[in-house]
Design a protein around this ligand. Structure first.
Ligand SMILES: NC(=O)c1ccc[n+]([C@@H]2O[C@H](COP(=O)([O-])OP(=O)(O)OC[C@H]3O[C@@H](n4cnc5c(N)ncnc54)[C@H](O)[C@@H]3O)[C@@H](O)[C@H]2O)c1
Length: 298
């Protein structure tokens, strides 16, 4: 099993370490913050093959060469470029390097790297040890061999890899998420529906199918001619705002940031907290259903 180094032991880094440990990869988790390392080590438990360290330099001789390194440090271009540059000087060109950025451009991240052909973005979703999809995004210099190596590592550890052909803002998943959210905000602002009604329609109509068919298989099921006819009259009526809506500006100004501040579109009382925890606990069941579609076909 190839060794994997994860840089940053926060929300994503700790889950990435858990993910790669589970099929048996030796994993080193690096973070200068003692508190972050302690919390991650506690969450991961006493797992064979796991080490944590404040820096790559402080790792033992076994770790001076490594197949894969992925960074999950805070989303700041200057910090990520410094970390990636240092990694590329520390490890030879045979080490594949990735960033788990949420949306920084691969071309910008790769700028200070030696051997930039071994770099790609591997965008995981939170919780990274549970949600299967990973978007694999190339920088202009990324080699096919690098993408093949990351894909093999990710698929070998149970992930579903989507390889993008270009480095564009928001990759794919965030573009879809924001396109849908823009329409949601528009409908609420227009007084068509409230947040709860909107979530009910989404969950019990679109949502029940999305994990099983995806939007494009669903278009085939519904008929592309029907979709074309609807698109012809509906597109001109859809939200096309170029800035965040007033609804979000007002929520920000009122300090209504969602769960973290106790109020957002919902009030985060104990009942709402319990519901969110149930939702989180049920994610593996939905994923298992989605996987069954592909397994039965094979
Ligand atoms: N949280 C999410 O839902 C999510 C989802 C997908 C992608 N991401 C991306 O993953 C990355 C990490 O996000 P997070 O939510 O885990 O952040 P986080 O703040 O929870 O963790 C970041 C960790 O990096 C450590 N760190 C800072 N500088 C470092 C350095 N020089 N070397 C090593 N470690 C260092 C910090 O001590 C901290 O523990 C970001 O780029 C983020 O955009 C986050």
């Amino acid at each position: 099993m190839e060794k994997v180094i994860v840089i940053g032991a926060g929300i994503m880094g700790a889950a990435l370490a858990r993910h790669f440990l589970s099929p048996g990869h030796p994993v080193a988790l690096i973070d200068p913050a003692d508190t972050a390392r302690a919390a991650a080590t506690k969450a991961i438990g006493d797992t064979p093959g796991f080490v944590s360290s404040p820096s790559v330099d402080a790792l033992g001789p076994d770790w001076q060469s490594c197949g894969f390194v992925i960074e999950a440090v805070p989303e700041r271009l200057d910090l990520k470029r410094a970390v990636l540059g240092e990694l590329s000087r520390h490890f030879g060109p045979e080490t594949a390097i990735a960033s788990n950025t949420s949306g920084l451009r691969a071309a910008d991240l790769a700028r200070d790297l030696s051997h930039p052909e071994r770099f790609a973005i591997a965008h995981f979703f939170n919780p990274a040890d549970i949600v299967p999809a990973v978007e694999l995004v190339p920088a202009p210099q990324t080699s096919h061999e690098t993408l093949d190596r990351w894909q093999a590592l990710l698929e070998g550890s149970g992930k579903k890899v989507a390889r993008l052909g270009a480095d564009l803002p928001g990759f794919v998943a965030n573009r879809l998420q924001h396109a849908m959210a823009r329409e949601c905000f528009h409908l609420i602002e227009a007084g068509v529906i409230d947040a709860e009604g909107l979530d009910t329609i989404t969950r019990y109509a679109l949502g029940v199918r999305l994990a099983l068919s995806g939007p494009l298989m669903q278009r085939d099921l519904n008929g592309i001619d029907t979709h074309h006819a609807i698109a012809s009259y509906l597109y001109p009526d859809l939200a096309a705002d170029q800035t965040p809506p007033k609804l979000l500006d007002d929520k920000l100004a009122a300090g209504e940031l969602g769960r973290k501040s106790g109020k957002g579109f919902y009030t985060w009382d104990e009942r709402q907290e319990r519901k969110a925890k149930r939702m989180q606990a049920l994610l593996p069941e939905i994923i298992a259903l989605a996987r069954r579609i592909d397994m039965e076909e094979e």
